[in-house]
Design a protein around this ligand. Structure first.
Ligand code: BG6
Length: 491
């Protein structure tokens, strides 16, 4: 069984960078799955553009091999595969050459009624060039939408100029900035949890919540992405986008409706209320680190092929939100590569009961309630509560987990939809709720930039941490200073 499908309009999806890693690993498998679920209308087309001279048959061979690699074998049905490959077309396109657009115009003009989605699976230096190229041949008009992926800038100034470049051709209501974390089922569930239940909202504030922890730990290193990553680091690669989006969804006020601008307005308010971290404050409220070599694994510097690199592969931050709801509640963020496990979690740690009724009858310490929203692995929710051990003979208590795995009760062939499946179909539908608006991206950079500036002016090397560990010591110390500790990165 796959997820429920709601039909979308006939569309043409044009992928710039159609032979690249993102297209092969995420976009084509996501589209295949939507096709298998019956969501892709009969005449819709996927048009891959790249600078390799090849025909559609050769591209289909490449796509077929890649789909077999990235899908479960149980999903690879021969008839479905041929139907899906039948939707693909390949066009040679050198986006810097004006003449090279004519073929795309001819192909798209065959279906003028189709929704047109242009997906930039290319580096940001080409975003403006492609947007202008599309405008030059009139392909930006009507039903056209532009999808862009991070990195959406390197700092506030570059994000502004990128927004201006693409915004000169596509108005904000036709721009889709992907943060794939927003497409994750559990992240959407976080909104359902907060706003479809009366239970949590009254306690979702500084009266009841002690602090929040957001962890995105990865067990793999930078691998072959070293040349990109070494210019970004964990701060730009993960914090500025994914972690800050999660923070916004936890901290935002309830939007008046679940529609794009209502949600995005509330997220923006959170970003604007973040207390700046500047100058030497960065030494107390942030930690940057880099993994060293392990017994059988190369160091970050070896993987990135930069022996002098000072790029962060781990970052921890104590963020504070200066508003009525969150005053005094720290949001601790951490992310890193080559840690103990792949583990992504948002933990809401509640305050302890104001008075311990059981202090005289039991030695068991009362452990605070924790609501844990697990993104990976094993997506689900856990609520840690104190319960009494059954039986007579004293009053013993312990903390118990109320555990809800989203996969529980599903058939064996059920799988959690990938973020791209949802996001791609949302673009065709014209639903921007799970996409970042330009001002959000800029506000996030506006908070990140001073931290990076502070790191640069302080000039400290990143601390080294062991691969496969829980991260650097100073990150533990940062929480210990506040009388708290990080949650376990579970294997
Ligand atoms: C990407 C980052 O955006 O997210 C990668 O560029 C990171 O460095 C990845 O590995 C993590 O995504 P996920 O979905 O595996 O948590």
């Amino acid at each position: 069984m796959t997820s429920r499908t709601i039909p979308v309009a006939e569309f043409d999806l044009v992928i710039f960078g159609g032979t690249g890693d993102l297209a092969m690993r995420k976009l084509l498998p996501g589209l295949y799955r939507r096709d298998a679920a019956g969501q892709i209308p009969a005449h819709s087309r996927i048009i891959a553009l790249a600078r390799t001279e090849q025909d559609t048959a050769a591209f289909c061979d490449q796509a077929r091999a890649s789909l077999h690699e990235h899908l479960d074998q149980s999903e690879c049905d021969a008839a479905l595969m041929e139907r899906f490959l039948g939707r693909l077309q390949y066009l040679f396109n050198d986006v810097t050459n004006a003449e090279s657009w004519d073929q795309l115009v001819t192909v798209l003009d065959q279906q003028p009624e189709h929704v047109r989605v242009y997906y930039m699976a290319v580096g940001p230096s080409l975003f403006g060039v492609i947007a202008r190229g599309l405008a030059g041949v009139g392909l930006h008009e009507g039903n056209a939408r532009l999808v862009v992926e991070k990195p959406l800038g390197h700092d506030l100034a570059s994000a502004r100029s990128l927004n201006a470049e693409i915004g000169a051709v596509f108005s904000e209501d036709r721009l889709y900035r992907i943060d794939h974390y927003l497409g994750k089922e559990t992240v959407q569930n976080l909104m359902a949890l907060r706003f479809a239940n009366a239970l949590f909202e009254p306690i979702w504030n500084s009266n009841c919540i002690d602090h929040v922890q957001i962890t995105a730990a990865e067990s793999l290193g930078v691998g072959s992405r070293g040349s990109y990553y070494d210019r970004a680091g964990a701060m730009r690669d993960m914090v500025q986008n994914h972690l800050m989006q999660l923070l916004c969804l936890i901290a935002m006020e309830p939007p008046y409706t679940f529609e794009a601008d209502a949600v995005r307005d509330e997220k923006l308010k959170v970003l604007r209320a973040l207390k700046p971290i500047q100058g030497r404050d960065a030494l107390l409220k942030t930690v940057r680190a880099q993994y060293r070599a392990g017994e059988d694994s190369p160091s970050y510097r070896e993987e990135a092929q930069n022996p002098d690199s000072t790029t962060d592969s781990y970052v921890a931050i104590k963020a504070e939100i200066e508003n009525w709801r969150w005053a005094g509640v720290p949001f601790y963020l951490r992310t890193g590569k080559k840690l103990r496990a792949r583990f992504t979690e948002i933990a809401i740690v509640f305050k302890e009961p104001t008075h311990s009724v059981f202090a005289k009858v039991t030695a068991t310490p009362v452990v605070p309630n924790v609501l844990s929203i697990r993104l990976q692995p094993d997506e689900g929710l856990q609520l840690q509560i104190m319960t009494k051990d059954p039986g007579p003979g004293g009053f013993r208590m312990h903390d118990t987990q109320l555990d809800m795995q989203f996969s529980a009760g599903r058939s064996d062939d059920w799988r959690m939809p990938d973020a791209y499946e949802r996001l791609l179909m949302d673009v065709v539908r014209g639903n921007q709720t799970l996409f970042m608006r330009g001002d959000e991206v800029e506000a996030a950079w506006g908070w990140i930039d001073p931290i990076i500036d502070a790191w640069e002016s302080i000039g400290q090397e990143p601390e080294a941490y062991e691969p496969g560990s829980r991260g650097p010591m100073t990150a533990m110390e940062m929480l210990a200073r506040d009388g708290r500790r990080w949650r376990e990165i579970e294997k």
